[in-house]
Design a protein around this ligand. Structure first.
Ligand code: IPM
Ligand code: MN
Length: 354
């Protein structure tokens, strides 16, 4: 029987609660699909940082490297200064393991309220591929005359051809495999970012012309993209974009698909170890009350199985989530308004996976 070693990082706030439900569903689907999952737990996060001053030691990264995937709850603690855990754990891992793709599906499930009027599941179903290793996230830049009235600061949008090209190629392959509208929309701001934008535009075109003639090439400026995501989301199939633009538009994507309760994501290294997480944060005020929505964590568990090659099991999780939502039993996706508890939703999905 095939077996996978999964590193667990439940993290802060409601992270452990949603991860528990994810594990419940993963175990159920594994049993039905003839593979097994071995979980190793790591307690990195705000509490440990407060206790020991440690965010994420290099030794842990080496252990993660040996596992098949990482399953993350949430990182973020109200008593820890913003930036410490984000940089010290989440971004550190993305960079150390070179998880250069951030895969964020934007999919409206049946019976889920979207804030977009007159839009249903047939209109909102696309995927954003956010470049996850470069851009301003590399931290290149500096400041001078800090604190004076002449202060200057820079933060550079760094991209090399290889870093752009590996992302673009992944996006074309993904669009081909998805096999829907076969359209890959590059999102950038090449009318103003004439160097960094131009690199993306040329790479998108050159790679597409050479190796992906079956895929339609399309381009949107990022500001226009936010407009179209609201007005005509049905237009999109797969979007590929640089790091910061992707960060911003995927929060918009999460909202149009019904909110953070259902938004899942994967930090993927196609040749290495990937990490899967619900996009919503640690939501500390809801901790320990059995009222947080576990669906995003459950869906990111499904994405993990997909990436591991367990496509039937991944499809089974998606089908169970779809069926449960279609049944109307879950009243709302918002914490505290679901009409049932975190654990009850996990139980229900786990009992339905085939
Ligand atoms: C995300 C988050 C992170 C990011 C933060 C927490 C560093 O917003 O995963 O989208 O900016 O990538
Ligand atoms: Mn973000």
């Amino acid at each position: 029987m095939k077996s996978y070693n999964i590193s667990l990082m439940p993290g802060d706030g409601t992270g452990p609660e949603v991860i528990n439900e994810g594990i419940k569903v993963l175990k159920a689907v594994a049993a039905k699909n003839n593979f097994s999952l071995n979980f190793t737990n790591y307690d990195f996060g705000g509490e440990r940082y407060k206790r020991t001053g440690e965010t994420l030691p290099d030794s842990a990264i080496e252990e993660f490297r040996k596992s098949d995937a990482i399953y993350l709850g949430a990182i973020g603690h109200p008593d820890v200064k913003p930036g410490i855990l984000e940089l010290g754990i989440l971004l550190k891992l993305r960079f150390a393991l070179d998880q250069y793709i951030n895969l964020r599906p934007v999919k409206l499930y049946p019976n889920v309220d979207s804030p977009l009027k007159d839009k249903g599941p047939e209109h909102i179903d696309f995927v954003v591929i956010r470049e996850n290793s470069g851009g301003i996230y590399t931290g290149m830049g500096g400041a001078a005359m800090v604190g004076t009235n002449q202060e200057i600061a820079t933060q550079v949008m760094v991209y090399s051809r290889p870093v752009v090209e590996r992302c673009i190629r992944y996006a074309y392959d993904y669009t081909r495999k998805r096999n829907r509208k076969k359209t890959l929309t590059l999102v950038h701001k090449c009318n103003v970012l004439t160097y960094a934008g131009d690199l993306w535009v040329r790479t998108h075109k050159e790679v597409g012309d050479a190796d992906y003639k079956d895929i339609k090439q399309d381009y949107n400026h990022v500001d226009a993209c936010t407009m179209w995501m609201v007005k005509s989301p049905e237009f999109y199939d797969v979007i590929v974009t640089e790091n910061l633009f992707g960060d911003i538009i995927t929060d918009l994507g999460a909202m149009i698909q019904g909110g953070m309760g259902i938004a899942a994501g994967g930090n993927i290294n196609p040749e290495g170890v990937s990490m899967f997480e619900p996009i919503g944060g640690s939501a500390p005020k809801y901790t320990g009350q059995n009222i947080i929505n576990p669906l995003a964590a459950i869906c990111s568990g499904g994405m993990m199985l997909e990436t591991l090659g367990e496509t039937n099991a991944a499809a089974a999780i998606d089908a169970a989530v779809t069926a449960v939502l279609a049944s109307g039993k879950i009243k709302s996706l918002s914490a505290g308004k679901m009409g049932m508890g975190t654990r009850e939703i996990g139980d229900m999905i786990a009992s339905m996976v085939s």
